[in-house]
Ligand binder design. Structure first.
Ligand SMILES: Cc1cc2nc3c(=O)[nH]c(=O)nc-3n(C[C@H](O)[C@H](O)[C@H](O)COP(=O)(O)OP(=O)(O)OC[C@H]3O[C@@H](n4cnc5c(N)ncnc54)[C@H](O)[C@@H]3O)c2cc1C
Length: 393
């Protein structure tokens, strides 16, 4: 075995880099592995909700996101078939704006913060197997870019490797909740499309969003059922946005497409069991929701902290602590999973979609309460590390 470390985290994006950073800040030895190259984009729009922004602020990272030219979002507008509603983002919980950094901005900031906290970060390393010892997961087998296999040992392996998680498959993590419907999305980046805030549109003919982001670009998405979105592309994007909101459709025609248009063909939401002997899952690996929720990133940041706190509070890795992690994750996530599942079915009228969005908003408020209830001991540990001895011994 090449290396023995406290924790190996598989997947160096939002969930994995945040979890690794928090554990390393608290003094654990952490290795963070990813099969990709650093800084790569990924298939995802990137609207953050308040809970996610609050956490980035508390971890000392929001200033870097702002310094990268990420615009402040100060309003959210909802366009329905028969009404439009503008909501100002009120100052609350220490933040007075939302942000939607590109993944090429957010993910590298989290990874470099993990590195600064002492995490051993290795890109180009694909996990292909887990190793076991006395009935527990005790490490991983990785294949590096040269095709060399290595066995790496750890007392805890965290799968933060996305919705098609290799770790979840290797440990046979069961699904505990399964959605029935899925949206598909097609999206691209436009210049010359002024949007002061988030804009969301909902009609049975389509859903759409404008998300202001870095480099003066606006991310524009269109969502509907997989057959309607098909293989996506600029024409489908324009057409479904116009169906979702004729006003947004007219504004979109005045913008200039500045990127390829990418398409997500759909996958129903699902929760997996979040832990077992020597392993845990965080982010999409354990908790995947329909992207119409625009909540996967905020959830991933929240669960990174919930899991890091669990690991640190309970060095012995006792089952009841991990059960509490899963219970809180599920309490906060199931309403979002179920609400977005019904939205994805695309069978609602104005009254019902407004009710469903209120339900999501209430779930986000409960999430924010939970985040605000975290004591700041862990998040404040930016520069000094307290050694946690005998983790999971
Ligand atoms: C079309 C679309 C739009 C979305 N829009 C939003 C939005 O507006 N707001 C929002 O909050 N969320 C949105 N989401 C959800 C969001 O993208 C996810 O919730 C988020 O990416 C989860 O982050 P993660 O770190 O858990 O996983 P990921 O971002 O999927 O990262 C997983 C990492 O694991 C690595 N990996 C996988 N397998 C291995 C392996 N075997 N070995 C080593 N490394 C491995 C991958 O290379 C990857 O880097 C959207 C998703 C989609 C598909």
């Amino acid at each position: 075995m090449e290396h023995q470390t406290d924790v190996i985290v598989v997947g160096a994006r939002v969930a994995g880099a945040a979890t690794a950073m928090l554990l390393a800040r608290a003094g654990l030895s952490v290795m963070l592995l990813d099969r990709e190259r650093p800084g790569a984009d990924t298939l995802s729009t990137h609207a953050l909700m308040r809970g996610g922004v609050v956490q980035l602020m508390r971890w000392g990272l929001l200033d870097r996101i702002i310094a990268a030219g990420t615009p402040a979002i100060t309003t959210t507008s909802f366009h329905y078939a028969h009404s439009d509603i503008d909501v100002a983002i009120k100052p609350s919980a220490g933040v007075d704006a939302l942000f939607a950094p590109r993944r090429t901005v957010l993910d590298p900031i989290l990874v470099s913060s993990a590195e600064a906290a002492g995490v051993d970060v290795r890109f180009g390393h694909r996990v292909v197997a887990v190793s076991h010892d006395l009935g527990r997961v005790a490490g991983v087998v990785v294949r590096d870019a040269q095709g060399v296999h290595r066995q790496l040992g750890a007392r805890l392996v965290i799968g933060a490797d996305g919705r098609h998680s290799t770790i979840a498959r290797l440990v046979a993590a069961p699904s505990t909740h399964q959605a029935r419907h899925t949206s598909a999305f097609t999206y691209g980046y436009f210049r010359g499309l002024p949007a002061g805030g988030y804009e969301w549109a909902y009609r049975p003919g389509g859903t759409a969003g404008f998300i202001p982001t870095n480099e003066h670009l606006t991310c524009v998405f269109a969502g509907h059922t997989p057959p309607r979105i098909g293989r996506g592309g600029p024409a489908v994007l324009q057409d479904v946005v116009a169906q979702a909101s004729p006003v947004m459709g007219r504004r979109l025609r005045a913008g200039v497409l500045a990127s390829p248009v990418r398409t997500f063909t759909g996958e129903p939401g699902r929760l997996r069991q979040a832990w077992g002997p020597g392993w845990a899952l965080v982010g999409d690996a354990g908790s995947w929701k329909d992207p119409i929720s625009a909540h996967g990133l905020t959830d991933a940041l929240r669960d990174a902290e919930l899991l890091a706190r669990t690991v640190l509070d309970d060095p012995a890795g006792r089952a009841h602590c991990y059960q509490a992690f899963q219970r809180i994750r599920n309490r906060l996530t199931v309403p979002i999973l179920e609400g977005s599942d019904e939205i994805a079915a695309m069978c609602w009228d104005d009254a019902r979609i407004i009710e469903l969005l209120r339900g999501l908003n209430q779930a986000m408020n409960e999430e924010l309460e939970t985040i605000l209830g975290f004591d700041t001991g862990l998040t404040a540990m930016q520069d000094h590390r307290s050694v946690v001895p005998a983790l999971l011994a």
